[in-house]
Design a protein around this ligand. Structure first.
Ligand code: 13P
Length: 252
């Protein structure tokens, strides 16, 4: 059985007081969700503050990105070691917004994933096609390229530290969720790629999350599908009640 994951990517939202308010409201609403891996990913500057609130709870802390070097002359970057020091157990890598706006490539994603795994972090490895790629029937080619590129050189023994997040770019922040069938089809494809790159056991164990306009109204249909193991959530993670509704739907 794969443990479901509900992860909130707060993106560039929430000052420290807003972040503390959000997690303080969230904790009692999700305390009964013992069978869900709950993750929140605030901006770097509030990681420590949020950690102090969630310490000892069933909510885990993630960063939204990291660099691959542990330290050095790399102005503006942050390393896996520093994220661990701030209390993170997880890190998002390869989000489509980083790929689109900040020059992230399959190669840099791969370096970051390797460094994060080596430090002991669990990686939320994001992949997904654009609308133009879907419309020109390149979805599977893109997913294959991103999976192979991101996981190159990573042995099967490290896959327990990897969670794949399938986020079709056209569904992010648009209100246009992939249908349950579209998401399931992509997830089954992703699991098949893990099977051919590694093994049936690796594919069976890999959690594959869906992301893109996930809301309390559409989570039940998505999570009921065979290959959908949870969600990476943007907008609906910014309010305690909607994020808790997602967590509690996954717990069922
Ligand atoms: P939305 O849930 O706001 O569409 O964002 C999804 C996402 O990008 C999560 O990483």
């Amino acid at each position: 059985m794969r443990k479901p994951v509900i992860a909130g990517n707060w993106k560039l939202f929430k000052t420290s007081s807003e972040a503390v308010e959000l997690v303080t409201a969230l904790l009692p609403l999700v305390s009964g969700a013992t069978n869900v891996e709950i993750v929140v990913a605030p901006v770097f500057t509030v990681l420590d503050r949020v950690q102090r609130v969630i310490s000892g709870s069933n909510v885990n802390l993630s960063a939204q990105d990291c660099y691959w070097e542990a330290e050095g002359a790399f102005t503006g970057e942050i390393s896996p070691k520093m994220l661990l020091d701030a209390g993170c157990s997880h890190v998002i890598i390869g989000h489509s917004e980083r790929r689109q706006f900040f020059g992230e490539t399959d190669e840099t994603v791969n370096k970051k994933i390797k460094a994060a795994i080596a430090s002991g972090l669990v990686v939320l490895f994001c992949i997904g096609e654009t609308l133009a790629e879907r419309e020109s029937e390149k979805t599977f080619d893109v997913l294959k390229r991103q999976i192979i590129g991101g996981l190159t050189g990573i042995p099967e023994s490290d896959l327990a530290q990897v969670i794949v997040a399938y986020e079709p770019v056209w569904a992010i922040g648009t209100g246009r969720t992939a249908s349950d069938d579209q998401a399931q089809e992509a997830h089954a494809y992703i699991r098949g790629e893990i099977r051919s790159l590694y093994s049936a056991a690796a594919a069976e164990g890999m959690r594959v999350l869906y992301g893109g306009s996930v809301k309390p109204e559409n989570i039940a249909g998505l999570i009921s599908r065979q290959d959908i193991d949870g969600a990476l959530v943007g907008g609906a993670s910014l309010k305690a009640d909607s994020f808790a509704a997602l967590v509690n739907a996954a717990q069922k």
